[in-house]
Design a protein around this ligand. Structure first.
Ligand code: NOJ
Length: 756
């Protein structure tokens, strides 16, 4: 009898469990079928937040550094105690699987709710394998290549336990005094926007849960690239029109491409520091663009509101930032120290904290960290990925395409470049000749200089029979000229001299503005001494920004802008010097004649008094031409491209129609080469004045010797939009010029009309 009762009880229990499973499956299905129901991520995060105390919520809003990135991360900071107490949302500069695993273990196993950490890092142009600085790579105009660079940088960083990069930097800049131009993609909003999308796609891939992809962080929001007088961190002040036409588009493109996070800028904008600027963070970013990720500050920016004179104290700084839309506090500790009291004293709404926490937890959910906090932490993967051949090979491909040939004159019967492999004695002179560290450029993450192939080694590898002489000559800074005489003697013994000049990795990048942007130190004096030897000379400009060349330097028959090319830099330069690779890079920043031309960019306005050499009262300088030394889009090849027959499909289009622009390009030289064909437009009359040229399209094509190709572009009326007098983004009917050519200054032109 007792047995039967027990059997019945067990049967009812089983029936009960089956029913529960059945109904829960039904409700899951309902969740999937009913679009209005919550997404699993929202449901998960809401459930989690219900269990969180206010203190735990505030904990998620803090990002701390694990120490300097040169000496490596440290477990000694007091951030460790905070991790163990569940008071940290994310850590940056924590590198390697073993290190991050230990931090993650503390967060997951030693805290009440076990919420995993995010691991951030400045993977700006690579993690360990260093690619060319972003400005250099933008000169490739090769979006596929840039997407792959971002994807491989993500893969390498992710293998070491990183799941969030503070990149891409999308600050347009037209001022090469500003050191951070190295991290961006130059001066043009159209090109920068394309690159913005590309890099976000590269970092984030299709699947956020893949342990090979990482979160992107768009920075620095906004207009950080336009500091007064080019001085880093200085005030930004510009018209709303300029902001929307030029500075905003790349950030917007990145958000449209799905960028997960945004970093606020150090600067103020229209009198309000970006970190407390609700117009930027709320009205534009969240409301206009529908951004649903989270916003992090730049380093200590909340605290700096006090220095800006925008807040009186830390409490006020916390209130202003949170209310403006800042979710995560990088390193200032102000949220951690103040938010609790501010809620208790009703000076901020707890709802605001909830919104910020929710955005951060959702990103952790999307990364798959709640499913597996150790997803990114696999030692085997780390070993197999770092410095793998796949990544190194791509770093070489990227370095090759980043190089811009600026000048290549006839010298003794032919062009000086490419050099003949029959040369017997080659002298490499200058501080970049055997340098490894500075080849990596600014923000070189965890790049190891020992893995760099420098210029000397690159040439040695490329041309086996060559006698390579070397002299340092001078350093990047200081007044020491004691190395000059050795350098001159070395040059005298050579058939050809390579001058390896430029900037070191600290002479550009953050906090590295320069008022004079020629070669720093005594390098120009050394160049002048070497020139006196009369030897055929090639000048390599190896720097993080456009460098101004003095009159004598401009006369050197061959000049190559190599930028800072990263781990594979020496190999790439050697291939270009000896013609194993035909250079194809084109400038994405104008190179001025002197600092007086700054801000300098191709898309200027015509003015009421456009320059006329016969009329004194027209816009000009008395001492130099208006034209820069090298315009936007400029770059030579070892072959020659001829442009002809610019044709338009019609001379009139309506807003619904497309205009097809065709131009014929011929490789009239003797070797194959790549050319970036560029398309520009000018709106001749507008309700507000328009630039004399704006980039609207480009194609990079490979042509064999003698090959002819029609290159076509399609223009729609949408491509002609701008912010009109009423700040509406529209295309205005009227006459337009269209230009196609090899750079922004040398183009064929035609005219068309847009009718209403
Ligand atoms: C300050 C820089 O402005 C920013 O770009 C960088 O991501 C952070 N420091 C973190 O290193």
């Amino acid at each position: 009898m007792v047995r039967i009762i027990w059997q019945n009880r067990i049967l009812s229990l089983i029936l009960f469990i089956v029913l529960i499973i059945f109904f829960s499956c039904q409700s899951d299905k309902k969740l999937l079928n009913n679009p209005s129901s919550q997404k699993p991520e929202t449901e998960f995060v809401n459930n989690l937040m219900e269990r969180m105390t206010l203190e735990e919520k505030i904990g998620q809003l803090n990002l701390y550094t694990a120490g300097g990135d040169v000496t490596g991360p440290t477990m000694n900071g007091n951030y460790i105690a905070k991790v163990k107490a569940g008071r940290v949302g994310a850590v940056f500069n924590a590198l390697s699987v073993s290190f991050n695993k230990e931090l993650q273990r503390m967060a997951v196993e030693e805290t009440r709710l076990g919420i995993p950490l995010l691991f951030g890092y400045d993977v700006i142009h690579g993690y360990r394998t260093i690619f060319p600085i972003p400005l250099a790579e933008s000169c490739s105009w090769n979006l596929e290549l840039m997407e792959k660079t971002a994807a491989l940088a993500a893969e390498e960083a992710a293998s070491a336990g990183i799941n969030w990069t503070f990149s891409p930097m999308l600050d347009i800049s037209r001022d090469p005094r500003w050191g951070r131009v190295a991290e961006g993609s130059g001066e043009d909003p159209f090109l920068c926007s394309m690159i913005a999308r590309t890099r976000v796609k590269g970092y984030q891939g299709e699947d956020p849960e893949s342990p090979q992809t990482i979160l992107a962080c768009v920075k620095h929001f906004a207009a950080y690239g336009a500091p007064v007088a080019g001085r880093d961190y200085a005030t930004v002040d510009m018209s709303e029109r300029m902001f929307r036409d030029v500075y905003l588009p790349p950030y917007q493109a990145a958000i449209e491409a799905g960028a997960s996070t945004v970093m606020t800028a150090f600067n103020e904008f229209d009198g309000v520091p970006a970190t407390a600027n609700s117009y930027l963070l709320d009205s534009i970013l969240r409301k206009e663009w529908g951004f649903d990720g989270f916003v992090v500050t730049d380093f200590n920016s909340i605290k700096e509101l006090n220095n800006h004179g925008f807040s009186e104290n830390d409490e006020m700084a916390a209130i202003l930032s949170l209310n403006a839309g800042v979710d995560m506090d990088m390193q200032s500790d102000i949220y951690a120290a103040n938010l609790m009291n501010l809620v208790k004293s009703n000076r901020i709404e707890e709802k605001k904290i909830d919104e910020a926490v929710r955005r951060i937890l959702i990103m952790k959910y999307r990364l798959g960290l709640f499913r597996d906090p150790y997803l990114y932490l696999d030692e085997e993967r780390e070993k197999a990925t770092i410095y793998s051949n796949k990544i190194l090979n791509h770093a070489l491909a990227s370095a090759l395409e980043s190089i811009v040939l600026l000048r290549n004159e006839n010298y003794g019967g032919g062009k000086i470049l490419p050099l003949s492999k029959g040369i017997k004695n080659l002298a490499i002179i200058g501080p970049m000749g055997k340098n490894k560290l500075d080849m990596l450029g600014c923000w070189h993450a965890a790049g190891d200089e020992r893995k760099v192939t420098n210029l000397f080694e690159g040439i040695q590898e490329q041309v086996s029979q060559l006698n390579i002489l070397y002299s340092l000559g001078c350093d990047f800074e200081g007044e020491d000229i004691s190395g000059f005489s050795h350098a001159v003697k070395t040059a005298q013994q050579a058939d050809v001299v390579i001058l390896a000049m430029g900037e070191n990795d600290a002479q550009n990048g953050e906090a590295a503005s320069r008022s004079q942007i020629g070669f720093p130190g005594v390098q120009s004096r050394l160049i002048a001494e070497i020139r006196k030897t009369g030897k055929p000379t090639v000048l390599l400009v190896m720097a993080g920004r456009p460098i101004i060349l003095n009159d004598e330097e401009q006369q050197i028959p061959a000049i190559i802008n190599t930028w800072h090319l990263g781990t594979q830099g020496g190999r790439a330069i050697a291939q270009v010097l000896f013609g194993d690779y035909n250079p194809s890079g084109k400038l994405t920043m104008t190179i001025p004649r002197n600092e007086g031309q700054i801000p300098v960019f191709y898309s200027q306005k015509n003015t009421g008094r456009p320059y006329n050499p016969k009329d004194r009262f027209t816009t000009k300088y008395l001492d130099i031409p208006n034209e820069p030394l090298f315009p936007f889009g400029f770059g030579l090849s070892y072959t020659q491209f001829d442009y002809s027959s610019l044709q338009l499909s019609d001379s009139i289009i309506s807003p619904q129609e497309e205009l097809v622009v065709k131009v014929m390009v011929r490789n009239s030289g003797k070797i194959s080469g790549e050319e970036v064909v560029q398309l520009y437009v000018r709106d001749l009359v507008g309700s507000v004045t328009r630039p004399i040229k704006e980039l609207k399209g480009f194609r990079k094509i490979l042509l064999e010797p003698g090959e002819i190709r029609w290159v076509s572009f399609t223009l729609k009326s949408d491509d002609l939009r701008f912010y009109n007098r009423e700040m509406k983004f529209v295309a205005e009917p009227g006459a337009f010029m269209v230009y196609a050519g090899t750079n922004s200054a040398e183009c064929l032109s035609a005219k068309f009309n847009l009718i209403p």
